[in-house]
Ligand binder design. Structure first.
Ligand code: KIV
Ligand code: ZN
Length: 517
C-alpha cells in the first residue's frame, strides 16, 4: 500500500473489534474466524481482528486470524500503553501483513475528564507510543480519538508528531457521531493542507452513526482527502453503530460518476457476509436496511412492479445479484430424488460426505412431507443445521409440548446423551421455557441464556423457524442454531447445539453435574 495510490480507497473492516464491542454482540472464536475468512475473500484491505490486550480470547482470535490471513492486512487495537502495544504486536506478528493500531484521545473534554492530562503530556504519549509500535512493526496506524471535537491547531500538532514517529496511517474518528459531512470533509482538507509531513501517511475516516450520518460523513471525509474508510458489516458497532461497509462499498460502485474512487471489495459476498454477522452477533438486520435488508430489493407497490417488469432500471439502481442476492427459487418437492438433491446442494455451495448427505436427504424428505413449497433458503437452513450438529454426542430425539392458555406448559423430551436415550418432563413459564427446563433436567448445567431469537426462513405459516440460542458458562459463550417447521423443536436443537459447543460434559466424579471446559 503506498501513499501515491491517490484514488484507491482502502476498506478497513472493524466488525470484529468496534462491532463486537457493542453490548451483546460478542462472538466465538469460530465465528470470528469464519467472518475474517469471508472478509479476506471479498477483498477487504484491512481487517481489524480485535483488541489483543482486552482478554486472552481476543488475543487468541487476533493471532489465529493473523495466522490464517491470505491477502488482507490484519490489525489489532492498542491503547497508548506499552503493554497494549507489545501484546498487539505479539498477536499480529503471525500475519503476512500485520498492523498495530494505537489511539489516544485528543479533544479537550477527553483530556480533562477522562485522561486528566495536558496537551503537552498527550503529545509526549503520542511520540513515545507510536515510536514503540514502529519498533515492532512497519505498518502503524495512529488514531486521534474524538478528533472531530479537537481544535484544529492541536489536532495538526498531534498528527505531525505521529507521522514523524513513523505512523503510516492517520485516522481521525468522529467517535461520538457528532460531525456533519461538510465539517468532516473540511477537517481532512485542513489537516492534510496544514501538516507539513501529511504526504507520508494515508488518512482514514472512522464514523459512528449517532445522527445517522456515518456513511455520508465517511464519503465526505474521502472527498476531503482521506483514502481509508473504517466500517463494519451491517453497521454493527457501539451505540448506533459504525458506517456500514456494504453501504460504503455500494455507494462507491453505484455512483462512480460522483465518487471517482476505486475500491477492491467484491460486492457479491455482501449478502452472505451480512447473514454471517447477523447470526454470529445475534443482531437481526432490519428489513429495510440498505443493501442487505430483506426488503432492499423488494418491489411491492403496483406502480413499481409494473415499471420493474418493463425495465428493471425504472426503480432499481443496483441489481440484487450484484450484492449476492439469489433469486428465491422453488426447488423440489417430496418426489425429488437423491440425485436432484445432491445437485441442488452443489449449486448452493455445499459438499457433504456420504453419511451427512444421507441424513440431510432424510430430513429434506421429512420437510417436504410437512411443507408445501421447499425453497433454496429451506435447504440452506437444513444443511447448515446438519453440518453444525454433525458429530455431536448430545442430540434431541423427540419432543412433545403441551401448551395453551391453561398453563403451566409442559415439555416431554427424549435426548441421546452419549448413545443413551433419556426422557424427562418439565414445566415452565411458556413452552420454550418448559423445553429448556427439560433439557436442563436431562443435562444439568450452570450455563446462562444470553440470547434467544427466532426468524422465519421463508414466508408462510408453514415456514421453517430458524432459532439462535446463545449460552454463557464460565466466561465462555457459544451460539447454537436450529431449523425446523416446529419452532419448539428448532429451539431445543439450537439450545443443545450451543450446549455442545460449550462442551458441557458429565464429570466422572459427579455424574449428576456438568461443567464447562
Ligand atoms: O470511535 C473511535 O474513536 C474508535 C477508536 C478506537 C479508533 O473506535
Ligand atoms: Zn469507533
Amino acid at each position: 500500500m503506498t501513499t501515491s495510490d491517490k484514488d484507491q480507497v482502502y476498506i478497513f473492516d472493524t466488525t470484529l473489534r468496534d462491532g463486537e464491542q457493542s453490548p451483546g454482540a460478542s462472538m466465538t472464536l469460530e465465528e470470528k474466524l469464519q467472518i475474517a475468512e469471508i472478509l479476506d475473500d471479498m477483498g477487504v484491505d484491512i481487517i481489524e481482528a480485535g483488541f489483543p490486550i482486552a482478554s486472552n480470547g481476543d488475543f487468541e482470535a487476533v493471532s489465529e486470524i493473523a495466522k490464517k490471513s491470505k491477502n488482507s492486512v490484519i490489525a489489532g487495537l492498542a491503547r497508548a500503553i506499552h503493554a497494549d502495544i507489545d501484546r498487539c504486536g505479539d498477536a499480529v506478528k503471525h500475519a503476512g501483513k500485520g498492523r498495530i493500531h494505537t489511539f489516544v484521545s485528543t479533544s479537550p473534554i477527553h483530556l480533562q475528564f477522562q485522561m486528566n492530562k495536558s496537551e503537552d503530556q498527550v503529545l509526549d504519549i503520542i511520540n513515545d507510543t507510536v515510536t514503540r509500535a514502529r519498533n515492532l512493526i512497519n505498518d502503524v496506524e495512529w488514531s486521534a480519538m474524538d478528533a472531530t471535537r479537537t481544535p484544529i491547531e492541536y489536532l495538526c500538532r498531534c498528527v505531525e508528531a505521529a507521522i514523524s514517529c513513523g505512523a503510516t496511517t492517520i485516522n481521525l474518528p468522529d467517535t461520538v457521531g457528532y460531525a456533519t459531512p461538510d465539517e468532516y470533509k473540511q477537517m481532512f482538507a485542513d489537516v492534510i493542507a496544514r501538516v507539513p509531513n501529511s504526504d507520508k501517511a494515508i488518512f482514514s475516516v472512522h464514523c459512528h452513526d449517532d445522527l445517522g450520518l456515518a456513511v455520508a460523513n465517511s464519503l465526505a471525509g474521502v472527498a476531503g482527502g482521506a483514502r481509508q474508510i473504517e466500517c463494519t458489516l451491517n453497521g454493527l458497532g457501539e451505540r448506533a453503530g459504525n458506517a456500514a461497509l456494504e453501504e460504503v462499498v455500494m455507494a462507491i460502485r453505484t455512483r462512480s460518476d460522483a465518487l471517482p474512487y476505486d475500491c477492491q471489495v467484491n460486492p457479491e459476498y455482501l449478502t452472505r457476509a451480512s447473514k454471517m454477522v447477523s447470526a454470529a452477533s445475534g443482531f437481526a438486520v432490519q428489513y429495510n436496511k440498505a443493501i442487505v435488508g430483506k426488503n432492499a430489493f423488494a418491489h411491492e407497490s403496483g406502480i413499481h412492479q409494473d415499471g420493474m417488469l418493463k425495465n428493471a432500471e425504472t426503480y432499481e439502481i443496483m441489481r440484487p445479484e450484484d450484492v449476492g442476492v439469489k433469486a428465491t427459487s422453488l426447488v423440489m418437492g417430496k418426489h425429488s430424488g437423491r440425485h436432484a438433491f445432491k445437485d441442488k446442494l452443489k449449486e448452493l455451495g455445499f459438499e457433504l460426505g456420504d453419511n451427512a448427505l444421507q441424513e440431510a436427504f432424510r430430513r429434506f424428505k421429512d420437510l417436504a412431507d410437512r411443507k408445501k413449497h421447499v425453497y433454496d433458503e429451506d435447504i440452506e437452513a437444513l444443511v447448515e443445521n446438519e453440518i453444525a450438529v454433525a458429530g455431536e454426542t448430545t442430540k434431541v430425539i423427540a419432543l412433545t409440548v403441551i401448551a395453551g392458555t391453561g398453563g403451566p406448559q409442559k415439555a416431554i423430551l427424549t435426548m441421546d446423551v452419549n448413545g443413551q436415550h433419556i426422557t424427562k418432563e418439565a414445566t415452565g413459564d411458556g413452552p420454550v421455557d418448559a423445553t429448556f427446563n427439560a433439557i436442563k433436567a436431562i443435562v444439568p448445567h450452570e450455563a446462562s441464556l444470553q440470547l434467544y431469537q427466532v426468524h422465519a426462513v421463508t414466508e408462510g405459516t408453514d415456514a421453517q423457524a430458524e432459532v439462535s440460542v446463545r449460552l454463557e458458562a464460565n466466561g465462555r459463550i457459544s451460539t447454537g442454531k436450529g431449523a425446523d417447521t416446529d419452532t419448539l423443536v428448532s429451539s431445543a436443537r439450537a439450545y443443545v447445539s450451543a450446549m455442545n459447543k460449550l462442551n458441557l460434559r458429565q464429570q466422572a466424579s459427579n455424574p449428576g453435574a456438568l461443567q464447562a471446559s
